[in-house]
Design a binder for this molecule. Structure first.
Ligand code: GKR
Ligand code: MG
Length: 423
């Protein structure tokens, strides 16, 4: 038995570029939490999760109840979390942040600890996490170039930092962004975050990407920003195999089901199937052909494998969604994806948008757009405690306590609503 002796929950903040989406614009700092579990036998395991106040307080509420528990018995840890965690008040207004819905509370909080326990199990047994998930079926996990419309710099911050990506508003600038990202990381699929401008303008960008990268699969994701009518109008333009899949075009499972009935283009979602509880309706409505899983709110790496099995049963494709994150999350995603044979699309990652790191050695390298699955014990990463202290200080000083793209955009455009669907 390997008992939990201590748990450290450290909120952090790192710089984030002014990336645009249907809700608004990213603030100058992105928040995460680093979870460190220490055992009585002197080992430590790492997890990374959301950094909003709700998640931090739930992690902190649960942590003391896990002391003394065996890191190998994650079923008991999950039951304990389920019995002690306070579910959010549905009227609190806190449920709007991605991944913080009441129904995802237990999976979201459990996931943060499960990943740290798996890291520990790997270190104790001297095996990589993917071995604990049944063994790797691939040596490298492919990620996609995740393109964003963006401002050149944040307009409302005292921080002199400016990212190196420049403005991306026009199709030409989007193509330049893709070139830079592909040159740097070797990605072999492209995803364009949409819902920012008139859809026709965004499709011009897609067409420009198709011309610049004729063999690279393309995806577009307006985050539910288009009505069913708008999507219907656009479907013809997506003909000729322009898209590998169309991600969350319309808002809600019913709307997605209506779009799905009109097209053979596979629809993907990370917004409307966010837990096992959403799957029956998705199957009933045939609203989605690709589920974009996210271990941070689906309930961890083993739950991602369970989802993969369900997807196989129902002939649904599987890939991975991402939010702004650092290397512990990237490694957790990589080990899970390495152990799932039907995870056949390149996964999403925001990783190129972040310059800072919390792990020893800094940024994780990509080779031809993929992360090599490490053979080291556990997740294969170590905590850089000096970097953690710097990022924790950022959190203290940055003043942001929950992501709020809508309010940030109102600074630029006071009448901004951030409502979905927009077009
Ligand atoms: O970072 O702006 C963003 C994304 O829009 C993110 O919040 C989404 O959760 O990447 C995500 C997505 O695929 O919808
Ligand atoms: Mg999405």
């Amino acid at each position: 038995m390997s008992r939990i002796k201590q748990i450290e929950i450290t909120p952090i903040a790192f710089r984030d570029p002014p990336l645009l989406n249907v809700y608004g614009v990213h603030e100058a700092w992105a928040l995460r939490t680093i979870i460190e579990i220490k055992t009585e036998d002197g080992n430590y395991g790492l997890g990374e999760s959301y950094g909003d106040e709700q998640t931090i307080s739930q992690l902190r509420q649960v942590a003391p109840h896990l002391l003394g528990m065996d890191v190998f018995n994650v079923n008991a840890i999950r039951n304990k979390i389920e019995s002690v965690v306070t579910l959010p008040d549905p009227n609190s207004g806190l449920d709007i942040a991605p991944g913080t819905l009441g129904a995802t509370t237990v999976p979201r909080i459990f996931s943060a600890f499960e990943v740290a326990c798996l890291d520990l199990m790997g270190k104790i047994t001297d095996r990589p996490v993917c071995d604990l998930l049944g063994g790797k079926v691939r040596n490298e996990v492919a990620y996609s170039a995740y393109l964003f419309y963006k401002f050149e710099r944040h307009g409302f911050t005292n921080d002199p930092w400016v990212d190196t990506w420049g403005e991306a508003i026009t199709p030409e600038q989007i193509v330049a962004q893709a070139k830079k990202m592909i040159d740097q990381y070797g990605f072999q699929s492209i995803k364009l975050k949409a819902g920012v401008f008139e859809p026709e303008k965004e499709i011009e960008a897609l067409e420009a990407l198709r011309e610049a990268f004729p063999d690279v699969p393309l995806r577009i994701d307006p985050n539910g920003g288009w009505t069913v009518e708008t999507t219907k109008r656009l479907l013809d333009k997506f003909g000729n195999g322009l898209l590998q899949y169309l991600e969350d075009p319309a808002h809600g499972q019913e709307a997605m089901g209506q779009v799905s009935a009109m097209t053979d283009i596979p629809l993907a979602t990370n917004m409307y199937v966010i837990g096992f509880f959403d799957i029956p309706k998705a199957i009933e409505l045939d609203s989605v052909q690709v589920i974009l899983s996210d271990h941070h709110y689906w309930g961890g790496l083993r739950a991602t494998q369970e989802l993969a099995q369900l997807c196989k049963t129902w002939d649904i494709g599987l890939s991975m969604h991402s939010n702004s994150h650092l290397g512990i999350s990237l490694m957790a995603m990589t080990h899970a994806a390495a152990a799932i044979d039907n995870l056949t699309y390149a996964c999403d990652t925001h990783y190129p948008w972040q310059e800072e790191e919390v792990i020893v050695g800094g940024k994780i390298p990509f080779k031809n757009g993929a992360v090599v699955v490490p053979d080291k014990p556990g997740l294969g990463v170590e905590l850089d405690r000096d970097a953690l202290a710097v990022l924790a200080k950022n959190y203290e000083n940055c003043g942001i306590r929950a992501r709020d793209d809508v309010s940030e955009m109102r600074k630029y455009q006071p009448d901004w609503k951030g409502t979905v669907p927009r077009f």
